[in-house]
Design a protein. Sequence first.
Lengths: 514, 364
Amino acid sequence: MNAWVEIGILCYFLLLNGCYTILVYIAGIDILHQFAVRRPECDADAWQEWTTPPVTIIAPAYNEELTIIPSVLAFLGSGYPRLSIVVVNDGSRDGTLDLLRRRFALEPSNMVTWRRLESKPVRGIYRSRTHDNLLVVDKENGGKADALNAGLNLCRSPLVCCVDADTLIEKGALLRMVGCFFHQKDRVIAVGGTLRVANGCTIRDGVVEAVGWPKGWLARFQVFEYLRSFLFGRMGFNPLRGSLIVSGAFAMFDCEAVVKVGGYLRGCVGEDMELIIRLHREFRRRKIPYRVHYIAEPICYTQVPESVRTLGRQRDRWQRGLCDALWRHRNMCFNPRYGATGMIVYPFFLFFEFFGPPIEMLGYLWFTYCIVAGELNTEFAVLFACTAFLWGLLISVQAILLEAVASTRLFERPLRGQLLFTCFAEWFGYRQLSLSYRLRGLAKYFMGAKSWGRMKRRSLGSLSKHGPAHAGPPYFTPSAPRSQGGGDLEAEAASRVSAGTTVGGKGAGRQRAA
Amino acid sequence: MGHDLLFQPDNFVAKNLPLAIFVQMGLLSLHIAALFILGASARQRQKRLFRLERTLSADLPLALVDTDAARAWLQSARMFEESTLKAFLLARLESTGGDTRHSYAHLYRELGFVRQDVDHLRSIWRNRKRLALRRLSLVAGPLEAPAVRRVKGDDFFSQLVTAQILARIGTPDDVLQRLKTTRLSSRLMEQPWFVIIRSLSADALAHVVAHWDQLEDPYLAKAVLAVAARQDVTMASKWVDIACKSDSVELRIAGVALLVATPFPQARSRLLGLIRDEAWQVRARVCVCAELTQTPIGRKGLLKALADPHFWVRHHAATTLARGGGEAQSDLKQVATTLTDRYATDAARETLERECGWHAGSAE
């Protein structure tokens, strides 16, 4: 029995690190390829071309008064020629809507929306007098997925970019992402980009003026986590038609594809991952060549938690989201019908992300048990621990190397020494802390918890100064009913549409019923 | 744990762990060294570029317009390292256009970089080939056309850039051949091809349009006709029938584009026929046509489209009527206040409010 547990742990360790190493090399090749096909000279052309596709940014906001103005300013200054912005106020209880109303001179508009996707009732639509491409939707609280669906109903462009309300977009980021839809052989349905940590950066009017290094250790460790997860955790799957996750903080979609699969699933904690899996599933099922693509360039910045409690809630939610999304699509696992997604990508997430935390914990417990029982061969234990540590360290250093190749922004200041020290230090405490939160998330998932948890936000302008953190009320996702009686005019209109054009709404119903 | 497989000191794994640690330490050192070398080389490159800019930037504006000054500039430029010089010129080539880009391209060529790029097209390394193609898309002249023509479109990106270069320096037939062999998988992929087709000279476009029936990809076929409709619709008028009666939605959309651009009354009546097309995309395109508001029949068609089952058709019909002014707008106001069809009324009201600042309450 003991031998089998040990063999199991050892195989898992080899398999996990082996897969990560493979992903690092694939991502490295992909980054070089992306540099070869990047065409900055085309950016100027795109500004003038009548064929440049319009893009709608949808930013759901719940109690975001501290961050909403800089974020909307960043969206407006993103440098894309044909851009609409839809901010969805998801029943905020703070001054989010008032702030928007004052800053952007909002006035009510009786705009007709095409209710292709279900969402909680919309209380009002406002159009900005100062920026004619800015719309604000005020609706009843229904959660992030619900707010995104309400935004999608207003979307009148072929491309839609779903962002978090505290995300800061780099100038030119949208052009880079739209470029992916042009230059791939297969139809691109979703594009994700590398997210960076905004903590420590100098931000003015929604623009990251200088990339800095966070002062808090917790944020520094997360800089690494973001590097690892974006640069190879996601890009490494590009050759297999893409990862199962495109970060909900910044993702661009083919709007038609999203509507056809029924939009975001309401009442789902990991709505971003669930949507991507559903897109994979539907396109694989219909045998349509497609691609979910990731780009290496840093394109937007987001706040990361700087307190242990907030970090705990966030990781716990991420783990629950992952479990929920994987469980909903469990029949994809090792199902040849879904090609590489079902045979490789899904099992990877299942074994290393879903089952990863308990197996890792089992490893720790087994080691402790062996020490206590006095059955441990000390020499072997030390050697094995060194191997595990060095392998992990090697993967982290490779992530820094990928970052150095993909972008020089983290290296504008002589940070390499600090970066290396941080990736060494995270092994002593932070990894174990993160593991405990993931385990808590897993446990909560099995107990059926669905809330988002409280997120502490700080004003984006204060991120570099380390001012006092402000607590925000919770982003609560009520467990929404599976179907909602439409009843309004557009729902009726949708029912009049021929079957071919309402696949979205009906598909949503089918999906949820399933 | 003496009885276990792995934890015995003499088992295979335990024996090889020191070796694994040794290899990992080596790899780790290599990666850290690479990290520092990368950083140092980036800094060096920056410094060299800064020094080059400081030395050469002052004379550059004159070198772009005067041959003698260009010769002198090239002489002093040759003292710098090749890669820095190339990066310096490429940055300018990427951010300029028109004559200025042409002048930079001349300097780039004189320094022998174009030759190098052409050589790189034969490279076995795919990325090197792609980068060379990218640079050639900025600097290639007719001399490079044969080399570019030989590039096999083994991946979509190369296919696209090759077509782009040939549209500029090749023959019309080169472009036609590229268009014939290209397949697009979504409407979103049209954009760069639109740009290529739009950049063709009038003769080249006429050649492509004349052989339009040879294009198999519906998206590209649509792009060709849409560009022709914008530039000179007469060259494509013979394809109107085929396009409008095609089974492909894309081709019918192209047919609509041609009809919209055709200045004859018959074209309007044919356009109104397509307002009953089975595909909403085609119906919506018809409703975008502003000329329809100028005749009573056209306005009647648009008013009927206000009750179309599809949202976008109603939306475009209402917008076209609102923007048509005069009678079109008053027809729309009538729909907004009196018609019983809720969809039509709603589309009309919203559009009038958005486009003309009109409010239903005040009118009533």
